[in-house]
Design a protein around this ligand. Sequence first.
Ligand code: CMC
Length: 428
Amino acid sequence: MSDFAELILEGKSYKLPIVVGTEDEKAIDISSLRAESGFITLDSGYKNTGATTSAITYLDGEEGILSYRGYPIEELAEKSSFIEVSYLLIYGSLPTAAELDAFSKRIKRHMLVNEDMRKILDGFPSAAHPMGILSALVSSLTAFYPESLKSNQTKDEMDLSMIRLMAKLSTIAAWSFKNSNGQRINYPKNKLDYCSNFLHMMFSDPTEDYEVNPVVVDALNKLLILHADHEQNCSTSTVRLVGSAHASLYSSVSAGISALWGPLHGGANQAVIEMLEQIKADGGDSKKFIAKAKDKNDPFRLMGFGHRVYKNFDPRAKIIKKTADDVLSALGIKDPILNIAKELEQAALTDPYFIERKLYPNVDFYSGIIYRALGIPTEMFTVMFALGRLPGWIAQWKEMREQKEPIGRPRQIYVGENTRKYVPIEER
Ligand code: CMC
């Protein structure tokens, strides 16, 4: 293969270098195109644009492959813990037993949140969506750790910011839940592992400590691992873009949380359950809703179906579907919306509209059913996604800063009015 692409513009030839990744992914490097030719490329939604090179996550949407730092997602979900995967994503290799122990201990040590943050929390009405609280409180960490604002942080200072965020997000997430049901917040307990601690902060109350159920802990661990990174998706690109202006880790992740909130992205897990409830309330006729999803005059979409990069079964959805079955049977829960979900999936997988467009169930289609079985309310689903995605955002922010990437600043093609003469208001 040639190591350059040739582009002919207005009769002049330009040689553009070809970049090949370790999994043979190919790109045309256009970084000198504008300076040499005056042309830019136009790619709405960045469907064909690589924003960076990255050594964190590999994803092949056609084949349904996902790996973190070279390790297949199936193996990590089966054998690893969320904290181990977080270390892998952030530092690049699987930890030794001593490294994992030190990492977990550091996270535990930083789980407490400054008491003054409770005053900010108290200012939110109980109807506030927990994603809004999460984003605001993460951004407010800059006020408690102003050294995080330095754009020339040392490696150790950056590392401390990352550990603090890994530690505090689960406390803040549980607080945002307690705020929504007007309950007293719980403090973390160091004797508990990461997932058990989160469940304790969510579900213990002054009358009773949450009794840790290993089935629930295992399912939560898997869900967090499956969400931990997904290369340059909308929220991760947001984190990298905001961070490219040398904004702090906390502000960058706060922006990522806001991006994740959208129903076309992480908000889809909440939207899936709302859709399944809507179908149930309407009599449970899944065919009617499949027809609505196909009707171009109807804005309804099958939430939890389709993906920008997966044109095959989302490998995470395969694992989650099995976990949903396991969790519901282990907990003895019969959820009627699981049957509706299975019917929808079956109908969509055999319908030419979905087959032609390669629309398969994505990670969010079944995750909400598991969260529901674990007792997590619908409004918290996207918060759970954020908790899982955090090590990915941190790893991507760190990589972006270590690669000394320039500030992100896309171009545009202007299609507005040409220069006009200003008309005074009385003459308009
Ligand atoms: N239901 C019905 N039709 C759909 C759906 C759907 N869920 N998704 C895509 N289509 C159709 C779409 O109308 C279009 O049809 P046509 O070619 O006739 O115009 C075609 O499939 C391609 O869709 P697109 O909107 O151009 O694809 P995209 O890559 O821009 O969007 C998506 C990807 C995920 C935003 C979209 O599939 C969607 O809205 N899905 C529902 C929301 C959802 O589940 N999001 C979670 C994604 S996974 C979690 C994450 O990583 O964020």
